[in-house]
Design a protein around this ligand. Sequence first.
Ligand code: CMP
Length: 149
Amino acid sequence: MAGRYTLSMIKPRAVREGHAGEILSIVTKQGGFRIVAMRMLRLSREQAMKFYEVHKDKPFYNDLVEFMSSGPIVAYVLEKENAVQAFRSFIGATDPSKAEQGTIRSLFGKSIQENCVHGSDSDENAKREIQFFFASHELFDAQGNIIEL
Ligand code: CMP
């Protein structure tokens, strides 16, 4: 799968405020990313802890877990050439106040924690994060055939 796929989540506050549809529209129409899989769900505390376990020693870990399990999210897989890096530059810096004007995080992010969307930070993590949310038969190519990661 090297380079073609990334995992994103629309975080609870952005979903609660009704931005999910607009964010997906910007990602697909302006960004040129193709949605390969998608689901709306609410993470349990345990699931949020597991998803963000790479950050378990960071001072913001507990707050992040609390926030990410506070309401429904939209999890989705995107396809594009060099997807991980392309999506990270498309959404803007982690801290919305530092994100380039016009990026999704600058438009809809409220704080470094409530930064409206997540994007995988490496191909290795993208694979782990995609498999966290989706079974192998839930990823589809442009013709509707199942994608093998
Ligand atoms: P995300 O892309 O989901 O990946 C890890 C998340 O940790 C990040 O977005 C932020 O929501 C959160 N995060 C990263 N750095 C900080 C920080 N300094 N303070 C609070 N939250 C942070």
